[in-house]
Design a protein around this ligand. Structure first.
Ligand SMILES: Cc1cc2nc3c(=O)[nH]c(=O)nc-3n(C[C@H](O)[C@H](O)[C@H](O)COP(=O)(O)O)c2cc1C
Length: 403
């Protein structure tokens, strides 16, 4: 066969492969519709998110769907957004070196997280005020995570009570704790989390958001959301009858912003649930967490929403993995936008990643269907990346894949 004929045939084949893929996608969508009709699931497989092919598409949809102040609240970072940009840029700087001819055409994406079987190593990070992005808020996110077989990290500030979220979907959930100053309230909250069947507690320790966009937009929660939030946490003295100023002032003083390591002794004393610390960037802090018997570490800079100038999480991940030496599970978040980013994080030793903005945008764009869509996109991209690098299972994703 001469070279021209070969090229034509190849191009034709590639073209028909594209058509076959499109036909396959249409069939898959019909199957999704039928499944949803049968299960009474309120997923709309033909909703706005169904055409999104990547996270950026979902970001655009969210931008069109949300008022500017709400969109900016999700999307922006603190101060000059150095850390926000670095989280993404650092992933993009890493190169993947696929070994050839490994005979791999499919891969198993399942793993465990603190002993819990999950279907892919992508978890939903705790994200606040989700009812502001979609009326179903955290309830929709809980259902989508359950449907995809992954863990939903539920923010203390999600906008629903721990019980409401637990009732929404029976998938595994971790509760992210912002610590109420009133330790009696904190204790009761932790007990409620246990009773509601959550599998672990994430304590977020990087506190204090400082975002220019929010100041410029005079971003603030509607009174109804703030009142419900405080009452959901257990501050029963807050009522609708209070003025907005009074509720805001109460909120400003309700949280413990001066945590120290002893807090974990207190928490360990009141719960048997596994405990993770979120916000670790320094190896010595990771070692301290291990020495205190914590079960997991989330390497995080809060998605660039806290102190600007902190390093990209993927850049510090290897040093944390080395410091911990397998004595606790290590997770990371910040800037994960592609399946290849998940591959890179796992190659550097993360057990799994968490995504924040990607699913917040998806939720805003299309509720439960949007969140289901973004998880599916990560699943497909990671599968593709694993097949291309010859990895049959997650444990085969090795450090040597990444330059
Ligand atoms: C809108 C928004 C709200 C957030 N709220 C919380 C929160 O309540 N608690 C928390 O621990 N982290 C919160 N985070 C941080 C995320 O858990 C996560 O660390 C971060 O989003 C990861 O970066 P990414 O957005 O680049 O994926 C929030 C992030 C966003 C975008």
């Amino acid at each position: 066969m001469d070279r021209r004929t070969f090229t034509q045939l190849f191009t034709l084949a590639a073209g028909s492969l594209g058509l076959m893929q499109a036909a396959g996608q249409a069939q898959e969508q019909d199957a999704d519709d039928q499944r949803n009709a049968k299960t009474g699931n309120n997923l709309n497989a033909r909703g706005p998110s169904s055409k999104a092919v990547n996270v950026e598409d979902l970001r655009q949809l969210a931008k069109a769907a949300l008022p500017k102040a709400s969109f900016d609240y999700i999307a922006t970072g603190s101060a000059d957004e150095i850390t926000l940009r670095e989280n993404v840029a650092a992933f993009q700087r890493l190169r993947v070196f696929p070994p050839l001819m490994k005979g791999v055409s499919d891969a198993d994406l399942s793993t465990t997280a603190l002993g819990q079987k999950i279907q892919l190593p992508v978890l939903l990070a705790p994200v606040a005020v989700q009812r502001m992005y979609h009326p179903q808020g955290g309830l929709a996110a809980a259902r989508a995570a359950a449907g995809a077989g992954t863990i939903y990290g539920v923010s203390s500030s999600v906008g629903n009570s721990v019980e409401e979220i637990a009732a929404a979907g029976n998938g595994p959930k971790w509760f992210q704790l912002y610590v109420p100053k009133d330790r009696a309230v904190a204790r009761t909250l932790v007990q409620r989390v246990e009773r509601a069947g959550y599998k672990a507690i994430i304590v977020t320790v990087d506190l204090g958001e400082w975002k220019d966009a929010d100041q410029r937009n005079r971003f603030s929660l509607p009174k109804e959301m703030l009142v419900k939030h405080l009452r959901d946490v257990g501050y029963d003295q807050i009522t609708d009858r209070m003025s907005y100023e009074a509720v805001s002032e109460f909120n400003a003083n309700a949280w413990d912003l001066s945590l120290s390591w002893e807090f974990f002794d207190w928490l360990r004393g009141i719960t048997k649930l596994p405990i993770l610390i979120k916000g670790v960037l320094r190896p010595e802090d990771a070692r301290k967490a291990v020495s205190m018997g914590l079960d997991g570490i989330v390497v995080s800079n809060h998605g660039g929403r806290r102190l600007d100038g902190m390093p990209a999480t993927i850049d510090v991940l290897p040093s944390i993995v080395e410091a911990v030496g397998g004595k606790a599970e290590i997770y990371m978040d910040g800037g994960v936008r592609r399946g290849t980013d998940v591959l890179k994080a796992l190659a550097f030793g993360a057990r799994a990643v968490l995504i924040g903005r990607p699913y917040a945008w998806a939720l805003a764009a299309d509720g439960e269907a949007g969140v289901a869509r973004v998880i599916k996109l990560f699943r497909e991209e990671l599968l593709n990346a694993m097949v291309a690098t010859g990895c049959r299972k997650l444990s085969e994703i090795e450090r040597s894949l990444i330059a």
